[in-house]
Ligand binder design. Structure first.
Ligand SMILES: CNc1nc2cc3nc(NC)[nH]c3cc2c(=O)[nH]1
Length: 373
């Protein structure tokens, strides 16, 4: 078995679960946030810094590594763990999402997707078998089925046709996967915002008995209330003995609301992406440190945070670095943002242990979104 999910407890106040995901590269305590390391690096962070902040698993992108440096190069290095000097768990996505979001001139057929590289413009192809070949070469602990993330909004007919093909692609992935004992292949539930289509997708995929399930097709521009709605009726269709991964989520509120609805794993570029333009997450909401009002503010980004950035640097100094486009500036804001979300998930796990996740959510939101301020 490539992975083993251990369900430790279900919160009595909510549907949230406390779990441990045993992988060949170590244990992941869930609910867990996965920092995104698209090009085999979590931008601006070293693996040692990620370990220091207790990141337990990171995500990397098949599409990007296929284009550059090429999965054969990573395989020749001994796999992604060796290549990037990260010896904890890695999850790779299957490339579908990036093909649709990054490349131009793409064309979907039953075989897969033809597209032009967003780097060189050369014509390329990825399908279920190719996505398995690439991820088998990368050697990640968890790999994702090749799917189509239907856009939002999308006609019901389009979503239906797409999910049927995604299910056929999932079957082809199961057949093409060469290393099921070392790399756990997750199925990805689609179906847009249509309840009966989500149920059909979940039923088809759970019948194929994947070791874990992702919920795809969300966090693609739909209102959060709609996303939470889809989770309410989709999560219960998934086996509670297996991990559930909500792809591309998310912001602090979405992480907490997702955990409340039984999600175990999350990934999002938000913390690293907004850090690069000086936007930080603090216990009292977002703080845009490049703002002039912080020019002489010698307090830490977040007085309630004990991370390396908050223990050693001030808002004024970080603002100066960001304004001067100094590399240390984005390193310090990235470190803090990742630390903030990883601590948030530790607090969520603790609240589940103590059966008080609903209370935690209300307290956290009041502080972060300032309902009571
Ligand atoms: C790899 N397959 C796959 N990745 C995804 C990544 C996403 N990232 C977001 N928001 C940032 N939504 C996503 C959906 C999917 C999805 O439906 N499928």
């Amino acid at each position: 078995m490539a992975i083993r999910y251990e369900l430790l407890k279900t919160c009595h106040q909510t549907g949230a679960r406390l779990g441990r995901l045993h992988t060949p590269h170590g244990i992941v305590e869930t609910p867990a946030f996965m920092p995104v390391g698209t090009l085999a690096t979590v931008k601006a962070m070293s693996p040692e810094e990620l370990e220091e902040m207790d990141a337990q698993i990171i995500l990397s992108n098949t599409y990007h590594l296929f284009l550059r440096p090429g999965h054969e190069v990573v395989a020749a290095a001994g796999g992604l763990h060796r290549f990037m000097h990260w010896n904890r768990p890695i999850l790779t996505d299957s490339g579908g999402f990036q093909v649709f979001s990054l490349s131009k001139l793409r064309h979907i057929t039953e075989d897969g997707v033809t597209f032009r590289s967003h780097i060189s413009g050369e014509p390329l192809f990825i399908g279920p078998e190719k996505a398995m070949e690439i991820q088998n070469a990368l050697g990640s602990d968890i790999i994702m089925a090749f799917d189509e993330c239907a856009p939002y909004p999308a006609e019901r007919e389009y979503v239906e046709t797409s999910l049927e093909r995604t299910t056929r692609w999932a079957e082809r992935c199961l057949k093409a996967h060469k290393r099921p004992d070392e790399q756990a292949l997750f199925g990805i539930v689609q179906g847009g915002v249509y309840r009966d289509l989500r149920e059909r997708s979940a039923r088809s995929l759970t019948a194929l008995d994947f070791p874990g399930y992702a919920i795809g097709g969300l966090s693609v521009g739909e209102p959060k209330e709609i996303m939470y709605d889809v989770l309410e009726y989709t999560v219960p269709l998934l086996p509670d003995t297996k991990p559930r991964y909500l792809m591309g989520v998310g912001s602090p509120d979405a992480l907490v609301e997702g955990a409340v609805r039984g999600i175990d794993m999350f990934d999002c570029v938000l913390p690293t992406r907004i850090a690069r333009n000086g936007t930080t997450m603090t216990s009292r909401g977002r703080l845009v440190v490049r703002n002039a009002k912080y020019a002489r503010d010698f307090s830490p980004l977040d007085p309630a945070c004990d991370c390396y950035t908050c223990r050693n640097y001030t808002r004024a100094y970080i603002r100066h670095l960001i304004k001067s486009d100094e590399i240390l500036g984005l390193r310090l804001t990235t470190y803090h943002n990742l630390y903030f979300l990883l601590r948030l998930m530790e607090n969520v796990r603790q609240a589940i242990r103590e059966d008080r996740l609903r209370n935690f959510r209300d307290e956290f939101f009041a502080q972060y979104y300032g309902q009571n301020s």
